[in-house]
Design a protein around this ligand. Structure first.
Ligand SMILES: C[S@@+](CC[C@H](N)C(=O)[O-])C[C@H]1O[C@@H](n2cnc3c(N)ncnc32)[C@H](O)[C@@H]1O
Ligand SMILES: [Zn+2]
Length: 278
């Protein structure tokens, strides 16, 4: 089932075709030649999200399989919920979205939302290559204004991306699930140690966002090895790439093999019934 997007101007459903999509009030939005539609309003166009180099690096790194244990954990949670309509908020280049959708029955659809045009290009192409184009829709839109009707989604994925609890609660159906992934304290610790004189630990928030109840938290920790180009990709796909001075980045030991710890938190949250403020 192809997801139906909502007009960001008037809120009516958008009818999609190869050229773009359009509501009954004749608001229309172009589809890029890469396959995603641009629903960002003018004032939001300055939001760019991750740049092309970060996205390429993430695609190449994820395809190497180092985060498959995390994918497995998320897939188990998604499969047991049997969702018909999934939205991946901050979907990036679509590795998680497409890998998860492939394992679900054909009637399940997925909409991937991101503000990065580069990310959506890769995601739409990936869906095409995986034979998932008829079950997916990819849209440039912000997490703070999701292009979905109220209570139209069964499950939201929000993996290493900004969280807007109020908007998530609006678009999820009653009892709908939110699956979040966040980095734990010492995620990629050895990589940080190699670059920074004083590496800092992440400060994960392992509680449910407002309007959600925490059903489960999984801690996934393991070690993997990286070297050469994959080490560069790992560095380039993280926020450190932008925050690190060039002289620090040179300390990356790309000629060696490094053992790095992966430490993820996966939070499974359920939307609270209306009127429940607990
Ligand atoms: C760290 S990446 C994670 C991507 C993907 N979920 C993954 O795990 O591979 C964060 C993503 O959130 C997107 N993003 C950042 N701010 C956003 C916003 N306000 N609305 C929608 N997406 C946003 C970025 O462009 C980027 O693709
Ligand atoms: Zn409209």
């Amino acid at each position: 089932m192809k997801p139906v997007l909502q007009c960001p101007v008037c809120g009516l459903p958008l009818h999609a075709d190869a050229q773009g999509c359009r509501c009954e009030n004749r608001h229309s939005f172009d589809r890029s030649r890469y396959g995603y539609v641009n629903l960002l309003q003018k004032q939001r166009k300055k939001l760019r999200g991750d740049d092309a180099e970060m996205i390429r690096a993430r695609r190449d790194f994820l395809e190497g399989g180092a985060y498959l244990p995390l994918l497995r954990c998320i897939a188990d949670a998604v499969q047991s919920a049997s969702p018909r309509m999934i939205a991946d908020i901050g979907c990036g280049e679509g590795w998680y979205s497409c890998s998860l959708l492939r394992e679900l029955p054909g009637e399940t659809g997925l909409a991937g939302i991101d503000i990065s045009p580069a990310a959506l290009r890769y995601a739409a192409k990936r869906a095409e290559q995986c034979g998932l184009a008829s079950r997916t829709e990819w849209a440039a839109a912000s997490v703070s204004r999701l292009p979905f009707a109220s209570e139209s989604c069964d499950l939201l994925l929000n993996l290493f991306a900004p969280c807007e609890a109020g908007e998530f609660a609006r678009v999820l159906r009653e009892d709908g699930l939110l699956v979040r992934a966040i980095p734990l304290e010492r995620h990629l610790w050895e990589l940080k140690q190699a670059i920074y004189r004083e590496p800092y630990e992440n400060r994960p928030v392992l509680s449910a966002p407002a309007q959600f109840t925490l059903l489960d938290v999984q801690r996934i920790t393991y070690r993997f090895t990286v070297s050469g180009q994959q080490m560069q990709n790992l560095f380039a796909m993280t926020p450190y790439a932008h925050k690190t001075a060039p002289e620090d980045a040179k300390r990356l030991p790309v000629t060696e093999t490094m053992e790095v710890q992966a430490a993820f938190g996966v939070l499974i949250c359920r939307k609270q019934p209306r009127g429940n403020s607990m």
